[in-house]
Design a protein around this ligand. Structure first.
Ligand code: PGA
Length: 254
């Protein structure tokens, strides 16, 4: 019932020319895919070119960040209306690198989530614990807090498109993936929290992606788990062959 979603987070990599070159190689590799929602999140400057190149294809384009306001005197920021105006349909919210290096908090995540929903952008809200929090057995507390503040004040009826990405910070870019047991346990905690806030129907339809060193050789094991509905892929999404292999392997389990 939950459609598998595999998203690429290109972070601060690829110029517009490099981004469209990726698509030229990538489309033939996923041309038979119908069962998986594929989302590419390039840097801001590549968004227009990728939206154009992906028109009519089964690949959606998302931003890696946005401001929550529609406009204003906020130098360097991009608004949700600017994204929808060029055809962007998805947005990452609260990635751990945004939280770590750009002072994003659960409160700004909440503002951005409300704004994304109001502007009909499909939000992918990132949550996850740091290594020291896991070692102190605080994972459930951290996830519960991140999810509850993110969803605060939002009418459950508006949450139909919600996607959450569980990204343990210690697994991002480290080559150290969460074990299937760790990932499934965290996803169950997140789904239970969504249920307690927004009800069991919304929780049952919310897709929860796993992110953190997803590669072709672990995508199948992770994505076959009951509460894992796809992946948010960083490093391994930069190469068309490796990203398409992740999609193929994850899809086998769906
Ligand atoms: P990674 O990044 O796949 O390179 O670990 C994941 C992410 O940051 O979303």
């Amino acid at each position: 019932m939950r459609k598998l979603l595999i998203a690429a987070n290109w972070k601060m990599y690829k110029t517009p020319v490099e981004s469209t070159a990726f698509l030229t190689s990538f489309f033939p590799l996923v041309k038979n895919n119908t069962s998986t929602e594929i989302v590419l999140c390039p840097s801001m400057t590549s968004l227009p070119a990728l939206v154009d190149a992906a028109r009519g294809k089964t690949v959606s384009i998302g931003a890696q960040n946005m401001h929550w306001l529609a406009e204003g005197a906020y130098t360097g920021e991009t608004s949700p209306t600017m994204l929808t105006a060029i055809g962007v349909t998805h947005v990452l919210i609260g990635h751990s690198e945004r939280r770590q290096y750009f002072n994003e908090t659960d409160t700004t995540v909440n503002l951005k989530l409300k704004s994304a929903l109001a502007h009909s952008l499909l939000p992918i809200v990132c949550v996850g614990e740091h290594l020291n929090e896991r070692e102190q057995n605080l994972t459930a507390d951290v996830l519960n807090l991140q999810v509850s503040v993110a969803l605060e004040g939002i009418n459950p009826a508006a949450l139909g498109s919600l996607v959450i990405a569980y990204e343990p910070v210690w697994a991002i870019g480290t080559g150290r993936t969460a074990t299937p047991e760790i990932a499934e346990e965290a996803h169950k905690i997140i789904r239970a929290k969504v249920a307690s806030i927004a009800g069991s129907d919304i929780a049952a339809s919310t897709r929860i992606l796993y992110g953190g060193s997803v590669k072709p050789d672990n995508a199948q094991t992770l994505c076959c788990l009951e509460d894992i509905d796809g992946a948010l892929v960083g490093g391994a999404s930069l190469d068309p062959a490796s990203f398409s292999q992740i999609i193929a392997n994850a899809t086998q389990t769906a």
